[in-house]
Design a binder for this molecule. Structure first.
Ligand SMILES: *Cc1c(COP(=O)(O)O)cnc(C)c1O
Length: 232
């Protein structure tokens, strides 16, 4: 199947899913995760009208960024991020989904100020409490939120999670629900419970479980394999 028809099917599925759980489809955006995929695959997606891409590896993404500069897609950086690579992203990506520590926050804010912009970020939370996964623990989240709100170079737009690989999508429902609860708590505590403020994004759900994530409140779903086929 072509990337164009995969995207079309996927967007229909997302709409259907929103309808079934009483959500407005405009609240849910699809990030096509293009890590390890060749430039041609991204071009095909762009040609079909899709503009939002997610990438994990700074060097690989930079090459794509250069090649696709004229098309100006909306880039989301979703992978673990080393502090010394931050300067390569600032001003070029719409949003960084993987803020998970103070040292990274300081560098993002510092670089953004140098560029005289405000970088949109999501804090990645390790809701499944897995040793091996990246993301900040629930216990450490509030201090990081506070620090983010005090950093002039960043805008905190929401939360992100990447739960474990599971056989059944249902197995991740608890993790998504947990992130939504934490999100609501942060909104109450730090954002006066604003419903339409800057703190409004929940980035969760991949090819294996985006429907469940949407049912639990996702506003950004990150789908790779179902758009581009299996990765090398
Ligand atoms: C690779 C990746 C995805 C996409 O996973 P698929 O199973 O290919 O849909 C989503 N989020 C993150 C953080 C990823 O690294």
């Amino acid at each position: 199947m072509s990337i164009e028809s995969r995207l079309e099917n996927l967007k229909k599925e997302i709409q259907e899913c929103c309808k079934n759980c009483g959500r407005d489809p405009k609240e849910v955006r699809l990030i096509a995760v293009s890590k390890t995929q060749p430039l041609e695959a991204l071009r095909e997606a762009l040609m079909s009208g899709h503009r939002i891409f997610g990438e994990n590896y700074v060097q690989e993404w930079l090459q794509k960024w250069e090649q696709l500069e004229n098309a100006q897609p909306e880039w989301h950086f979703i992978g673990p991020l080393q502090t010394n690579k931050v300067r390569k992203l600032i001003g070029k990506v719409e949003m960084i989904h993987s803020l998970d520590r103070l040292s990274l926050l300081s560098e993002i804010s510092r670089q953004a100020e140098l560029h005289q912009i405000q970088q949109k970020v999501l804090i990645q939370v390790n809701v499944a409490s897995e040793e091996s996964k990246s993301g900040i623990s629930e216990q450490e989240l509030f201090p990081l939120v506070e620090a983010t709100l005090k950093s002039p170079g960043v805008v905190l737009c929401g939360l992100m999670t990447m739960p474990p690989f599971v056989e059944e999508a249902e197995e991740n429902r608890n993790h998504f629900r947990k992130l939504k609860n934490i999100f609501d708590e942060v909104r109450r505590k730090f954002f006066n419970n604003e419903l339409r403020g800057s703190f409004s994004e929940l980035s969760m759900g991949t090819s294996q479980d985006f429907q469940v994530a949407i049912e639990e409140g996702a506003t950004l779903v990150r789908v790779g394999t179902q758009v581009f086929g299996p990765r090398e």
